[in-house]
Design a protein around this ligand. Structure first.
Ligand SMILES: [Cu+2]
Length: 366
């Protein structure tokens, strides 16, 4: 009797849960399927007025496009190699199955020139993840700009984010260049190299860009050690709160004014814009704020408060042509998807091979 009564009570309860799930959904209702395509292109970028560098850019740019998705999204990403050397893509931080992990001769053959490879994976865990090539990383990742940000938004933001309510986000990826290898793709990344240009989103000061803010803004900066060197970011006039490491929310966020970002690492920091003025943010590894030995250079930006004029004739950036998406701060507000940025694009490299191709084509036509 008792058993039967229990079953009688449970059946409607199960029905209620079933319909509640249908109406309100589960965590999976947050997720979507997304398909993206990326090419890898051989281009030159202007790192600095005196340094043009040949890179293998995802969609022809450094950093590669911003991929912004939601926790649990099912991603399919087709990558086509239009360069003259092999590559792969590793999705750094993703809980991937091994066949999509992008390591040549371990999880797949490398993607040969002209070939494509399609990666499929679920976007988890959340946070500031990234993607990069895994072939000859000492050259392709260190110098040739083969990386980009992959931001996975959590279904439920961390408490510190809910509390601080950042209203502007900036992505900063650090790397360096050895100018001796600038025009020699396929070479470089050796122990005795001398990196002599240091960069934030692929460019060295003065080719970097300011962060424009207003008093009262709460800025979230996502810092990436994209290249082979350790950088030590220091903010003048402001401290910040370190909220995440490698995408994971810290159990105890902490305050600092300098943070060391090693190769592969990511830190999210929140900075409250409460001191109107012009304040430099720079790499505190002193040699990094030079370009070929000349100060100032490297990973330098300036917080320019909108309230403060920028026309002092001695101001280094008084005539700066402003790019308001240099840190993907516009793209990140545009919802989910893959976002290219014109300002990060390089110039296609003209290959001598093409001439041969033309001759051949002409010969066939005859
Ligand atoms: Cu590569």
């Amino acid at each position: 009797m008792y058993q039967r009564a229990k079953r009688f009570v449970h059946a409607p309860a199960a029905l209620i849960i079933f319909f509640a799930l249908l109406i309100f959904g589960t965590d999976n209702a947050f997720a979507e399927k997304r398909y993206f395509e990326m090419s890898i292109d051989e281009v030159t970028i202007k790192v600095h007025p005196q340094l043009t560098y040949t890179v293998f850019g995802f969609n022809g740019q450094v950093p590669g496009p911003l991929i912004h998705v939601k926790e649990g999204d099912e991603l399919t990403i087709k990558v086509t190699n239009l360069t003259s050397l092999p590559h792969t893509v590793h999705w750094h931080g993703i809980y991937n199955n091994w066949q999509n992990d992008g390591v040549p001769n371990v999880t797949q053959p490398d993607i040969k020139p002209g070939d494509s490879f399609t990666y499929t994976f679920i976007a988890e865990p959340t946070g500031s993840l990234w993607y990069h090539c895994h072939v000859n990383v000492n050259e392709h990742v260190a110098y040739r700009g083969m990386w980009g940000p992959l931001i996975v938004d959590p279904a439920e933001p961390a408490k510190i984010i809910v509390d601080k309510k950042p209203n502007k986000e900036f992505i900063m990826m650090f790397s360096s260049y050895a100018s001796s290898w600038a025009a020699k793709p396929g070479f470089g990344g050796l122990p005795d190299d001398v990196p002599d240009y240091f960069a934030m989103n692929g460019r060295a000061f003065p080719n970097t860009q300011p962060i424009r803010a207003e008093a009262g803004d709460v800025l979230r900066l996502r810092l990436y050690g994209a290249g082979g060197e350790t950088h030590s970011l220091h903010t003048h006039g402001h401290h910040f709160t370190v909220t995440h490491k490698d995408g994971f929310p810290l159990p105890s966020p902490y305050k600092a004014d300098t943070i060391r970002v090693g190769p592969g690492e990511r830190y999210d920091i929140i900075l409250e814009a409460n001191n109107p003025g012009r304040f430099i943010i720079h790499d505190h590894v002193d040699v990094h704020v030079t370009n070929k030995g000349k100060y100032p250079g490297g990973p330098i930006t300036i917080i320019e408060y909108e309230e403060i004029q920028r026309d002092d004739d001695w101001y280094a950036w008084k005539d700066k042509v402003y790019d308001g998406n240099y840190f993907y701060q516009e793209s990140i507000t545009k919802g989910y998807g893959l976002f290219n940025h014109e300002g990060h694009k390089g110039k296609p490299v003209k290959k001598k091979r093409k001439k041969r191709g033309k001759k051949k084509k002409g010969a066939e036509e005859k």
